[in-house]
Design a protein around this ligand. Structure first.
Ligand code: ADP
Ligand code: ADP
Length: 232
């Protein structure tokens, strides 16, 4: 489903060139919940952002649905990215738009008609259990509710994959459990493949089928959690 082949990424800073990710190869199985765990600064987020080429690798291939995304022109890449929703630690909601307005953003950018948008936004809010908050502004929501809005927005294009960057790291443990339940529900009922970057082993133990360990820009371990099997 998603395969990274020998991807590398360096950043240049005042002190010279820093290798954030070094020659990582990794396959995310279709229908699975895949955790990417490691300490802060290990390169996890860079690795995740290479999966939809939000961060273009310096070298290596990113194969999604049989296509090497690193070779697509920007216009085609934009379309390919619609099949990969993103969720962030800090939610990244627009504060001057309502909950519905936030979920509609990707659909507006894609030029979907107002009528279709309305239907799709309702479907996505219903999926995360927030229909009753549609007209509220994000400032009035709890952290867990904000993250559910962000997840609804990530579902707007009915993606095949959700890429989640520390989705629970701003939340308390009860709310973390709720958000992990939402992600599990999406995986089980919609068949969406979920990739979760985290530094918390508890998150991995709670919902992941497979785990990759990243340290200092390299993949150092990978294992399956045997008590759990993916839908597909
Ligand atoms: P993690 O998600 O594991 O915390 P990141 O992928 O965010 O790690 O970062 C890996 C390393 O690359 C860190 O040392 C970080 O400071 C550096 N880095 C990440 N993004 C940039 C950037 N845009 N410019 C310079 N350095 C960066
Ligand atoms: P449909 O052909 O109606 O989309 P599905 O079996 O694909 O049938 O979906 C079942 C339900 O889940 C429908 O109500 C559909 O609108 C909704 N749904 C499907 N995919 C997504 C998605 N990625 N995000 C949110 N809702 C979805």
């Amino acid at each position: 489903m998603i395969s990274l082949h020998e991807v590398s990424k360096s950043y240049s800073s005042g002190e010279g060139i820093f290798k954030a990710v070094e020659s990582v190869s990794l396959t995310i199985r279709e229908g699975s919940i895949h955790g990417i765990i490691g300490p802060s600064g290990a390169g996890k987020s860079t690795l995740l952002r290479m999966m939809n080429v939000l961060e273009p690798p310096d070298s290596g291939k990113v194969i999604v649905g049989g296509q090497d995304l690193t070779r697509l022109p920007e216009s085609q890449l934009r379309v390919a990215r619609r099949s990969m929703g993103m969720v962030f630690q800090q939610f990244h909601l627009l504060h001057n738009r309502t909950v519905s307005g936030n979920v509609a953003v990707p659909l507006e950018l894609a030029g979907m008609s107002k009528r279709q948008r309305k239907e799709r936004v309702e479907e996505c809010l219903q999926f995360v259990g927030l229909q009753d908050k549609a007209k509220q502004y994000p400032a009035r929501l709890s952290g867990g509710q904000k993250q559910r809005v962000a997840i609804a927005r990530a579902l707007a294009h009915r993606p095949a994959v959700l890429l989640c960057d520390e989705p629970t790291s701003s939340l308390d443990s009860v709310t973390t459990g709720e958000i992990l339940n939402v992600l599990r529900h999406i995986n089980e009922t919609l068949g969406v493949t979920v990739v979760i970057v985290t530094h918390e082993m508890d998150v991995v133990k709670e919902i992941c089928h497979e785990v990759s360990v990243v340290e200092q820009g390299r993949l150092t371990d990978g294992f399956a959690l045997e008590e759990r099997t993916a839908r597909n």
